[in-house]
Design a protein around this ligand. Structure first.
Ligand code: DP6
Length: 359
């Protein structure tokens, strides 16, 4: 695998003090990544929608200093210093230092905030780490102005992946594939790429309402979750199925077959949870209200000949996906019939977005 392309050779410029701010999105996987090997290499390809409203905004102030052997940074989340987030960021810097050796020559003050409420059960590692990766690449661009935009995005996704696999899919949009796959030209295990084929217009501005069934801490961290796939009796079949599902999803995204889309997306979500039900140790991550919502979605779909469907991450919250043409009716259905199953009736209306934006 060609990781050498990401080790900078010439850094022609001297840059003293600079500040960059990036806004990067959360994403929701249609075909799931669950299982990896070192260093952050996925066991199967995955594909996701980038979101718009759920995002992280991160500013990094870089001040030039004497080169040191340890990374020197301060970390603020929503204005407050956050010691508990430091280990994940330290680990991230350790993984990327080979590719970003210049980080040892700067003091970094990192200020980050999320658009979605803290501890809403929405994973913030994807948007959080992709935002830091974009700030690093802005610095690298100053140090080497000859870098192309294409390379900057590719390397940002590569760096983000080293922090959190799904973060590699939070640089671009509206659809991103991560993981090498024969049917997706240009795909790689090292970074996410924009879905390279023409997408059917029915998926334009696709809607995602996130129903917050459980706002607590995640019951299973993704690190542990991925680890459970190592000794899992069904792992190999699952990885093969996921790759087949990426091929099927690629067809669906091009031909606009919403019935097939609904079947595949829901099957992926339930299979992810089935993997957790069948691991050692085992986990039930759905809550009673998750199932209430799923049953009501199925009843609504039947009654209204609708294309709404659900997907799940490794938790109890439900992402409700639907075409823009159904926005009004489905939003009413969510407000009137599904919001009661959310903690404090809380849900977030989002839709597909276009990736990282520099502010
Ligand atoms: C269930 O990207 O959070 O959301 O690489 O260990 O940081 P790490 O895992 P992470 O895993 C996400 C798993 C998932 C499915 C998906 O987003 O594809």
């Amino acid at each position: 695998m060609n990781t050498a392309q990401f080790i900078p050779e010439t850094l022609s410029e001297i840059v003293a003090d600079v500040v960059f701010t990036w806004k990067t999105p959360s994403n929701i996987a249609l075909v799931k990544y669950w299982g990896k090997s070192n260093p952050q290499i996925p066991k199967n390809a995955s594909i996701s929608f980038s979101l718009k409203n759920c995002h992280t905004i991160t500013t990094i102030e870089f001040s030039k200093k004497e080169k040191t052997t340890a990374v020197d940074f301060e970390l603020y989340f929503e204005g407050k210093q956050k010691q508990e987030f430091r280990p994940k960021i330290i680990e991230f810097f350790e993984r990327v230092e080979e590719y970003c050796p210049y980080i040892f020559e700067y003091k970094m003050i990192i200020n980050s905030k999320n658009s979605f409420p803290h501890s809403s059960g929405i994973a913030s590692s994807a948007s959080g780490l992709s935002a830091i990766a974009m700030c690093l690449m802005s610095l690298e661009h100053e140090l080497n102005p000859s870098l192309t935009k294409e390379f900057i995005y590719k390397k940002a996704s590569f760096l983000a992946r080293l922090g959190s696999g799904s973060a590699s899919r939070s640089i671009e949009g509206p659809l991103v594939v991560w993981g090498k796959h024969p049917a997706i030209s240009g795909s790689s295990d090292l970074f996410g790429i924009q879905f390279p084929y023409k997408v059917h217009p029915v998926f334009k501005n696709y809607q995602d309402a996130i129903l917050l069934v459980d706002k607590g801490e995640k019951q299973v961290s993704s690190t542990l979750g991925h680890h459970l796939m190592h000794e899992h009796p069904y792992a190999e079949n699952r990885f093969q199925q996921a790759n087949e599902n990426v091929s099927r999803m690629s067809e669906i995204l091009q031909n606009g077959d919403l019935k097939e889309f609904v079947n595949l997306v829901e099957s992926e979500a339930l299979t992810l949870h089935a993997m957790m039900l069948a691991s050692t140790p085992y986990f039930v991550l759905m809550k009673p209200n998750t199932l209430e919502i799923i049953n009501r979605i199925w009843a609504y779909r039947k009654e209204h000949d609708s294309a709404l469907c659900f997907t799940l991450d490794a938790g109890a919250n439900v992402h409700v996906l639907y075409p823009e043409s159904e926005k009004e009716s489905v939003n009413q259905f969510i407000e009137n019939q599904l919001s009661r199953y959310c903690q404090k009736n809380h849900y977030i209306c989002d839709n597909v977005g276009y990736g990282a934006i520099q502010l």
